[in-house]
Write a protein that binds this ligand. Structure first.
Ligand code: AMP
Length: 474
């Protein structure tokens, strides 16, 4: 299929061609005609699938017949509102709007918190048809009466599940109340369960549901490897891998803001140029860190999940999980930063004994066991012993003795009876391509010591402490 068959104008096709896109991605092929028909849309698609162009191109097409070159602000009311959970995503979406709309006389701007509001007010005053915003800052503008949303024709909620995770539901409801009742609504989310289902029921009218496989969940372009290692040696192993494999551009995920900053500093001491991006940094510092990383001035960008959400770095070759995320879904979000748009990528996870439970949850979600590799000199001590017990297929067995089983996070031992393993609710999972068969024995583990043969004696380390999730405001 080509873009020419989708009913987009010559100006838009020209901008698309300039980007070098030869054919629409699956979400674009499905979403563009639906949006052009004026239908509401519920899109199950993530960053990395081309979803931004999936809604931006038809949105530009719909708005363009009334586009005008008048200098009067009144001639440029806000006609499309795009809400995103994070500043970074907001900035990137608006960049896409500008890129794809460069041959059209439509104006756009982006508003987000953490920066001076004055420039945003000036941009809004001059009139824009397309406004990209994070919810909190948009409401600041509403309060200051610096934005008028009464002419909005199209509303896009991008990464709606993330917005709800981040507690934006009350803000979203306040914003919805300010929009004209008659409008087109597009909602993109990784999950359609719980609160998202409720929100979509309220928001969408007779929506078309489009789901595309998450390209990276089982994306063959992304090599995923687990490096079992003792926790105290993670930083050394990371530096060793970066140097020995001559990695030029590495996005490293850290679970905490503090950990992200510290790790970047330590890597600098190891002679590896590094910077970090997290919620405690100002917008200017974040933008600078991202620019340095994109331009290749620094080799490593250490990021927390919230700060990294939605980052679009072309052709990112390496992603490292310095710590595994608490939520399996975030693993997929993280590795989705690499292997984009057909390029190949590598996702490495440094996993210590305390994280085996999280690894098991991730492998269960992916329905496959991830290959392990040990680096000579970095073999884990206790972790290697119990390693064999955590992988997919070795989920805690009902008949196992309590001492042999990891205690479920948040559950108490029921009178000496083995606690049940908590099933992962499939509705809460992101879209994944059809289940893969667990790798054949010996195949995925070619590099892995024969851990499955390790003596199965009870190991107290499996009764690990839960790791408290660390969240950050963004
Ligand atoms: P998104 O999921 O919208 O964040 O897009 C992910 C990446 O795919 C971005 O770098 C886009 O520039 C790129 N992209 C979007 N559409 C296409 C396409 N049709 N062909 C190739 N790359 C694309």
């Amino acid at each position: 299929m080509s873009f020419e068959t989708l009913g987009l104008s010559a100006e838009i096709l020209r901008a698309v061609a300039e980007q070098g896109y030869t054919e629409p991605t699956p979400i674009q092929a499905q979403a563009i005609p639906v949006v052009l028909q004026g239908r509401d849309l519920m899109g199950g698609a993530q960053t990395g699938t081309g979803k931004t162009a999936g809604f931006t191109l038809p949105l530009l097409q719909i708005l363009s017949p009334q586009a005008n070159t008048s200098t009067s602000p009144a001639k440029h009311p806000v006609r499309a509102l795009i809400l995103t959970p994070t500043r970074e995503l907001a900035i990137q979406v608006e960049e896409s709007v500008r890129t794809y709309g460069k041959f059209l006389p439509l104006k756009s701007t982006v508003v987000y918190g953490g920066v001076n509001i004055k420039e945003q007010i000036a941009a809004l005053k001059s009139g824009v048809e397309i406004l990209v915003a994070t919810p909190g800052r948009l409401l600041d503008h509403v309060e200051q009466k610096t934005v008028n949303l009464s002419r909005v024709e199209i509303l896009v909620l991008d990464e709606a599940d993330r917005m709800l995770d981040m507690g934006f539901l009350p803000d979203i409801k306040r914003i919805l109340a300010l929009l004209p009742a008659k409008r087109q609504n597009l909602l993109f989310s990784a999950t359609f369960a719980g609160e998202i289902k409720k929100l979509s029921d309220q928001l969408l009218t007779d929506p078309v549901l489009i789901e595309v496989a998450r390209r990276n969940a089982a994306n063959e372009n992304v090599t995923q490897t687990i490096y079992p290692v003792d926790p105290g040696r993670k930083r050394e192993l990371l530096a060793h891998l970066i140097k020995s494999e001559n990695m030029k551009q590495v996005l490293v995920f850290s679970r905490t803001k503090h950990g992200a900053g510290r790790l970047a500093q330590q890597l600098e001491h190891d002679g590896i140029s590094a910077t970090s991006i997290h919620g405690d940094k100002s917008q200017q510092q974040r933008t600078q860190a991202l620019t340095e990383f994109k331009e290749g001035t620094v080799r490593v960008l250490v990021a927390t999940d919230v700060a990294a959400r939605g980052l679009d770095i072309d052709q990112l070759p390496h992603v490292v999980n310095f710590e595994l995320p608490n939520v399996p879904e975030d693993y997929v979000h993280r590795i989705g930063r690499t292997g984009r748009a057909g390029s190949s990528g590598e996702a490495i996870s440094l996993v210590c004994a305390e994280e085996l439970r999280m690894l098991a949850d991730i492998e269960h979600m992916l329905k496959r066991e991830l290959p392990r590799k040990t680096v000579p000199g970095f073999e884990p001590g206790a972790a290697a012993q119990i390693e064999a017990r955590a992988g997919f297929g070795d989920r805690p067995r009902r008949d196992a003795r309590p001492a042999e089983r990891p205690r479920e996070r948040g559950t108490r031992d029921r009178g000496g009876k083995a606690p049940r393993s908590q099933p992962v609710n499939p509705l809460d999972l992101p879209y994944v391509t059809p289940p893969l068969q667990p790798s054949a024995p010996g195949q995925a583990n070619a590099d892995r010591p024969n851990l499955r043969q390790a003596p199965k004696k009870p190991i107290p380390a499996l009764l690990m402490r839960p790791v408290a999730p660390q969240s950050e405001e963004n």
